[in-house]
Design a protein around this ligand. Structure first.
Ligand code: 9MR
Length: 329
C-alpha cells in the first residue's frame, strides 16, 4: 500500500509571522463555519474574489449595489482583518451601461470617475489597498491591452486618471497595478515595469505592484526569484496577490502525481523564500487565491486540480508547512 503524503493539521498558523497573509473570499464563503474557522486562524487580510468588481457592483439597470462587498467588509472589521480591494479598472469588465452612455447627459470620463469615487469612497479608511488597474499588459507582453477604457480615455491616460481618482476617493489606501504571468514571461514583466514607470512619471499615485502568481507546479523556481528581484528594483511594496499552484496545468505531462505534489511544495516554498528576501518595507502582503482546494477557481475549472495551500478538510499541505516556516523565520 502506498502511504498518503504527510499532512500536518494544526501545526500551521500563517498569520503569526510579520508578513500579512491573506486570501480571497466570496460573501457566500462566510456562511461556511469550517472555512471561517480556517480563515480566522490563518489570515490577517481578505480580498474580495469578485464582488468588488464592476460585474457585481453595477446592476443590470446601471445602478450600484454593495450588499456582498459590505458583508465582506463588515466581517473583516468585526474580526480585526485587513481588507484589500479588487478591482477598480479591468479590461475584462466593461459594464454595458458604459457602452450605452448618452454623452449629452454625462461624459464617459465623468461616469468612470464617478464609479471609482463611489467605490473607493464607500470603503475609505477601511482598505489596506486597491488593485486600481488589473491586467493592463497584453497577453504576450508586447504592449498594453486595448479595452473600452483605453479606447475612450487613452491607453495610459485612463490608468493615470483611475489612480488619481482612487487617491481622491481613498487617500489612505495603497494603490496597485496588478498582473499575471510576470514570472513566466520576462517580456510581459518588462512591459509591466515600464508602464509603472510611465504612470509614476506622469504623476499617477502608483504605490504598489501586484504579481498574481497563478503558477503551475513545474515552474522552475529560478523564474520566481528573477521576477521578485526585478519587481523589487522599482522600490515599491510588492503584493503576491493571487497565489495558487496548479497540478493539472503543469506543462510537463510526464510528471506523475507524487512528483507534482513534491514540486508544488517546492514552488510554494520558493515563492515564500523570494518574498521573504524582499526588504521589509517592500513586503506588502502574501495572498492566496483560495485557502482550500474546493474554494479555488481552478477546481471549478478542473475538478482534478488541488492547487490550494490547504486540502478540503482544511489540513495544511507539506508546502504550506514549509512556507509557514519561511515566512515566520
Ligand atoms: O476567482 C475569480 C472568479 O471567482 C471570478 O469569477 C473571475 C471573474 O471575476 O475572477 C477570478 O479571479 C481572477 C482575478 O480576478 C484576476 N486574476 C485571475 C483570477 C482567476 O481567473
Amino acid at each position: 500500500m502506498v502511504a498518503a503524503p504527510a499532512i500536518a493539521r494544526e501545526t500551521v498558523t500563517l498569520k503569526h509571522g510579520s508578513v500579512p497573509v491573506g486570501t480571497c473570499v466570496q460573501a457566500l464563503h462566510l456562511d461556511d463555519p469550517e472555512l471561517v474557522r480556517l480563515l480566522l486562524r490563518q489570515v490577517g487580510q481578505l480580498t474580495a474574489e469578485w464582488q468588488m468588481n464592476m460585474e457585481y457592483i453595477i446592476r443590470p439597470d446601471g445602478g450600484f449595489q454593495f450588499e456582498a462587498p459590505d458583508r465582506i467588509a463588515a466581517f473583516a472589521q468585526a474580526n480585526g482583518l485587513k481588507l484589500f480591494g479588487h478591482t477598480l479598472v479591468w479590461y475584462d469588465q466593461v459594464h454595458p451601461a458604459f457602452r450605452a452612455l448618452d454623452e449629452s447627459r454625462i461624459s464617459f470620463g465623468d461616469a468612470y470617475r464617478n464609479y471609482i469615487l463611489a467605490v473607493t469612497g464607500r470603503y475609505h479608511g477601511r482598505m489596506s489597498g486597491w488593485n486600481v488597474v488589473n491586467e493592463p499588459v497584453a497577453e504576450d507582453g508586447n504592449g498594453l491591452r486595448s479595452s473600452l477604457w483605453s479606447q475612450r480615455l487613452g491607453e495610459t491616460e485612463h490608468m493615470a486618471l483611475a489612480f488619481r481618482t482612487a487617491r481622491e476617493g481613498d487617500p489612505d489606501a495603497r494603490l496597485f497595478i496588478n498582473d499575471y504571468n510576470l514570472e513566466y514571461l520576462p517580456a510581459k514583466r518588462a512591459t509591466f515595469l515600464r508602464l509603472a514607470e510611465r504612470l509614476l512619471a506622469s504623476g499617477a499615485p502608483v504605490t504598489g505592484l501586484g504579481a498574481q502568481m497563478h503558477l503551475a507546479a513545474d515552474i522552475p523556481p529560478a523564474r520566481i526569484f528573477e521576477m521578485m528581484s526585478d519587481l523589487a528594483g522599482l522600490g515599491l511594496p510588492i503584493h503576491v496577490s493571487e497565489l495558487d499552484v496548479s497540478l493539472v496545468r503543469a506543462e510537463d505531462k510526464r510528471l506523475g502525481p507524487d512528483e507534482l505534489r513534491r514540486r508544488q511544495a517546492q514552488v510554494y516554498a520558493a515563492v515564500a523564500e523570494a518574498f521573504a528576501r524582499l526588504p521589509a518595507r517592500q513586503q506588502f502582503a502574501f495572498t492566496f487565491w483560495g485557502l482550500r482546494d474546493k474554494d479555488s477557481w481552478l477546481v471549478a475549472e478542473n475538478s482534478a486540480d488541488t492547487p490550494a495551500p490547504f486540502d478540503n478538510l482544511g489540513r495544511a499541505k507539506p508546502g504550506t508547512v514549509r512556507l509557514d516556516q519561511i515566512l515566520s523565520a
